[in-house]
Design a protein around this ligand. Structure first.
Ligand code: ACO
Length: 148
């Protein structure tokens, strides 16, 4: 794996990282969320950091250019096993193809491993299968949903 570009860093998301919302627009509709609502949500995650592990990638200007979440599910099966879920991965469109997505997925996966998860799962579009395969993931099962 190539290193992150010079000056780029991966770190936990902070309540002041309001610009994350702009990055998430590449993924889906974010809607209107105030700075205060954003920071309260991230603070809530930080209070529950056994479960929520949001990361950001910053560039050499300290701007957030990518973000992603690992949440950890505490189960009964597999002797109180834990499963990691990767969600809401987004790389700013002018920063795609620089290995940022891959570094992010590997970092989130390593958090899951270090917290004792026996697997990590995620749902994605067909068009992103190749990307996740390059991150070590395999196609497994079928995604289903019901929307309200
Ligand atoms: N199909 C096949 N291979 C790909 C794809 C793709 N769609 N995208 C990247 N790759 C390859 C790259 O060529 C690279 O290969 P290499 O290691 O041999 O050089 C490797 O995967 C790593 O690519 P990155 O540069 O790390 O990819 P990037 O930083 O652009 O991140 C991502 C990929 C997250 C899909 C980004 O393009 C993005 O944000 N897209 C829009 C939002 C999105 O679809 N997010 C994922 C939603 S799924 C979820 O959140 C669980």
């Amino acid at each position: 794996l190539k290193q992150l570009p010079e000056g780029y860093k991966i770190r936990p998301m902070e309540p002041t990282d309001y610009s994350v919302l702009k990055i998430l627009e590449v993924l889906t509709t974010v809607g209107s969320i105030s700075e205060e609502q954003f920071s309260l949500q991230v603070e809530e995650w930080k209070l529950n950091d056994r479960i929520y592990n949001p990361l950001v990638v910053t560039n050499n200007n300290d701007d957030v250019v990518a973000c992603g979440m690992l949440f950890v599910e505490f189960k009964l099966i597999h002797e109180l096993g834990k499963v990691g879920h990767i969600e809401d991965i987004a790389v700013r469109s002018d920063q795609q193809g620089l290995q940022l997505g891959k570094h992010l997925i590997l970092a989130l996966t390593e958090i899951a491993r270090s917290k004792g998860c026996y697997k990590v799962i995620l749902d994605c579009d067909e068009k992103n299968v190749g990307f996740y395969q390059k991150c070590g993931y395999s196609v497994a099962g079928v995604e289903m949903s019901i929307r309200f």
